[in-house]
Design a protein around this ligand. Structure first.
Ligand SMILES: [Zn+2]
Length: 831
């Protein structure tokens, strides 16, 4: 493990990483037909996979398929047996005589899969979870179809498919495409599906179980969702807007939804949020939610994301995983497109702001990479915040660069020219050129084929004598021959004048002659530039922006400047914002900034906003109050901690209450930990709060919450809380190590993932053996990646424990100093 730059980020490529390119092709796969008989009780699948292939330009005597842990019974072609040779994770099928160039053949592989490691998952009731309903679901992305049917398992191979699935009488089964037949036969119900538009194997699903079907009328094709019995109303809350989304995307793309029908099926213990299988999206059942959660939780982003994939990913498919941003960034961007149409431009812009923020965190705390990247061990490693959030923000930036008309004409051109095909970034660049005449190669080179982003400091001064406004834009990231300044156009506005100016040097100053000081100075009102922006506008301009700039991103940036500044004028402006600002996202961001300031005046402002009408503001305020370890704050937090209309406000208040270590906190947290709320939201908050108390009485409660039987997110939070508590109280370390160590071997995805995080936070070398094992054999790619990174960080910390602990105490001293200075500053500003 190496550090890749002066900022101490790790290299994205883990040891053992190699450059990946799609494999060569000797045949074109024309069709795959699956006959599937899942045995849910015995975790088995019997199948016949019938494949039609056509030889390309040379005769084919051996065809190598991907097939892992698949027991082959026979392979037949026109009534004759074909010989085959298993080759580890591959299967060689021999053609004798060889298949002549241009000719097609069809062969049928009869096989069995028993208790598969990947690809196909069986859910069943257990002693700890007796209410679980037995069902099975598959998950093929990125290369796991090969665990349950033999195939050429790469995105560049597209074929039509059909599937016949036999399930116990009365149960349901889902496959791709149109439902062409449903019949009863010898105690079984048999479903037959056919998908006539070619697609890739990673988009082939099989789901089976006692699901309930709900039709959603009003779209250009039949739409359904499927939930396990009893979740119908929750399903409506989660999936109700799907027909409206489909109509919107068809209108934006000027392209009809490309398939015969669309279904969403909600399954338990899913290892992703959703999976865009062609026509048949699998969704996590954790997105199903009750009335109370609906107050401030929405499935719309998830639903919009998977629906957008039906075009971006399924119809236009990345040629290989290095190009996966053409799937994921578009799906992320379309979450915002729906949000804008449904809830308005401010909500869209706040989505964009959120994408930038989450990407910037990953870039700062983990690694920096180009969005298009083929250096990995496992393709799933690419599915990170660069691929989703950064790419989404780059598409927003492209929207700003091209302008609304040209942007949408370009996207439509890209879809029209590439439907049914595999795509690479160059196809998008060409479509933009065709549609708009714009040569965007420099843009894509900078933002897609290279990593990083500018750090901008924006300041403004008005010179009364010269009647001129000067706006300075400084790029403060390290700049050298390898990393020249970023070049981009940005919109500015002052005194009624709108300008688009070119920024290309490290320090740029723009002077605008203005008769008098402008009321407002606006920088990048559309928040198009993907950058880490700090405002240094000065109190006067910052106050004006916070009060009057229509851009929510500008208001957030100005508000942050004012929190730092902290003068009486700044405080008054911030207090006014909490009274007047109609957009909750601005206040949520300001609440976080106020919390980090640790200033007494900020605390008072937050206390006044704790009962704000918007639940998402209350949640952010409650979280921020956790920064103030004071009796008055503890007292105020007790009210939302005991109950708020919103689950999430209560969760945040419980966590924050723990941080205050108030005298009643333990009792309230203990009480809350005993509940059984939706998705364990409240118990999770209680667990996190208990972990902050530095009180040994919390240990048995936390250990109880880590046990199977509790909600998976409660279990995860309890593990993270144990790590936190052990960091505060050495006496509780052994108990934490024991519980986290056990959870590293858990079979639940979410629990194992939290255990990895907890292990890393605690940083104990006892975890290394288990983490190394997970890095090698974890049952999901993301667990392998997380475990590798956690093990490397623990090893680094072990190497330099003295340096770390001395840095820690330096940091504590600095924080104490900051608090003192802040108090002095406040005393002075009062005087
Ligand atoms: Zn996606």
């Amino acid at each position: 493990m190496t550090l890749d730059d002066a900022n101490g980020r790790r290299a994205f490529a883990l040891p053992g990483s190699t450059l990946h390119y799609g494999p060569d092709k000797t045949v074109d796969v024309e069709h795959i037909d699956l006959q599937l008989a899942p045995d849910l009780e015995n975790r088995k699948l019997d199948g016949i996979c019938t494949t039609t292939v056509r030889a390309l330009d040379e005769a084919v005597s051996v065809l190598t398929l991907d097939a892992v842990d698949i027991q082959i019974v026979s392979i037949e072609c026109d009534g004759n047996s074909l010989t085959y040779t298993p080759q580890g994770e591959r299967l060689d099928v021999h053609f004798d005589p060889p298949l002549a160039p241009g000719t097609a053949t069809t062969f049928a592989i009869t096989y069995r899969v028993s208790d598969p490691r990947h690809g196909l998952f069986f859910v069943e009731p257990s002693a700890e979870y007796p209410k679980k309903i037995r069902h099975a679901w598959s998950q093929c992305q990125d290369e796991n179809a090969r665990y349950w049917f033999p195939c050429l398992d790469y995105p560049h191979e597209k074929q039509t498919t059909s599937a016949t699935i036999a399930v116990p009488k009365g149960q349901f089964a889902l496959g791709n495409g149109e439902l062409v037949e449903r019949r009863e036969e010898s105690g079984k119900t048999i479903y037959r599906y056919r998908q006539d538009v070619p697609h890739s194997t990673y988009l082939v699903p099989m789901v089976a179980g006692p699901f309930v079907e709900v039709a959603q009328p009003g779209a250009s094709v039949p739409i359904y969702y499927y939930v396990l019995p009893g979740r119908e109303a929750d399903g409506e809350r989660a999936f109700g807007k799907t027909p409206a989304m489909m109509a919107l995307f068809e209108q934006r793309l000027e392209a009809r939804y490309p398939y015969a029908r669309y279904s969403q099926i909600a399954v338990s213990d899913f290892i992703f949020g959703g999976m865009e299988n062609t026509t048949a999206t699998t969704q996590t059942d954790r997105t199903l939610h009750d009335e109370r959660a609906h107050l401030d939780f929405s499935s719309d982003p998830l639903v919009a994301h998977e629906l957008a994939h039906q075009w971006f990913g399924d119809l236009l498919t990345c040629r290989d995983w290095s190009q996966a941003w053409l799937n994921e960034s578009f799906a992320t961007f379309f979450e915002g497109v729906f949000r804008e149409a449904d809830l308005g431009y401010e909500e869209y812009l706040y989505d964009v702001f959120g994408w930038m923020k989450r990407y910037l965190e990953e870039d700062r705390d983990r690694y920096r990479r180009a969005i298009v990247c083929n250096d990995y061990r496992d393709p799933i490693e690419l599915f990170d915040r660069h691929l989703y959030e950064k790419g989404g923000a780059v598409l927003h930036m492209l929207r700003g660069e091209l302008g609304e008309g040209r942007f949408w004409r370009s996207i439509r051109r890209y879809v029209a020219d590439n439907s049914g095909r595999n795509v690479e970034t160059i196809d998008l660049i060409r479509a933009i050129e065709q549609a708009s005449g714009r040569n965007m190669r420099a843009f894509f080179d900078r933002w897609i084929f290279r990593g990083g982003h500018p750090q901008l400091r924006v300041s403004a001064t008005y010179d009364d004598a010269r009647h001129a406004l000067t706006i300075a834009i400084d790029q403060t990231q390290p700049i050298d021959a390898e990393n020249p300044p970023f070049a981009f156009d940005v919109d500015l506005e002052a005194g009624g004048r709108k300008m688009r100016v070119r920024i290309e040097r490290e320090h740029e100053t723009i002077t605008v002659p203005l008769e008098s000081e402008p009321a407002l100075v606006r920088f990048d009102p559309g928040a198009f530039i993907l950058a880490d922006v700090t405002y240094a506008l000065g109190v006067r301009f910052a106050v004006a922006v916070l009060a009057g700039d229509p851009s929510i991103v500008a208001r957030i940036r100005a508000g942050r400047e004012l929190v730092k500044e902290g003068s009486a004028q700044a405080r008054a402006a911030l207090a006014a914002a909490f009274q007047d600002d109609m957009f909750w996202g601005v206040l949520a961001e300001l609440a976080a900034a106020l919390g980090k300031s640790h200033a007494a005046w900020a605390r008072n402002l937050l206390l006044g906003a704790l009962h704000h009408r918007h639940p998402k503001v209350r949640r952010a305020v409650a979280e921020a109050l956790g920064e103030f370890n004071e009796a008055e704050v503890a007292d105020a937090l007790k009210i939302p901690a005991r109950g708020d209309a919103s689950y999430f406000v209560t969760q945040a208040a419980l966590h924050a209450l723990g941080k205050t270590r108030g005298d009643k906190a333990f009792k309230i947290l203990r009480e809350a930990a005993r509940g059984t709320s939706w998705n364990g939201v409240i118990e999770s908050g209680a667990a996190l709060g208990l972990g902050e108390l530095a009180d040994p009485r919390a240990t048995p409660l936390l250990l109880e919450l880590t046990k199977p039987g509790n909600d998976q997110s409660t279990r995860g939070s309890a593990l993270v809380a144990l790590a936190r508590q052990a960091g505060l109280l050495e006496s509780e370390r052994a108990a934490a190590i024991d519980a986290i160590g056990r959870a590293l071997d858990d079979t639940g995805f979410a629990v194992t993932r939290s255990a990895i995080l907890a292990a890393e936070r605690l940083g104990d070398k006892h975890f290394l053996t288990a983490l190394d094992r997970l890095a090698e054999n974890g049952f999901a790619g993301r667990l392998r990646r997380d475990a590798s990174e956690a093990a490397a960080r623990i090893r680094d910390a072990q190497k330099a424990p003295a340096a770390v602990s001395s840095l820690r105490s330096d940091l504590e001293a600095l924080r104490a100093e900051q608090r003192k200075l802040q108090e002095k500053l406040e005393a002075l500003s009062r005087a």
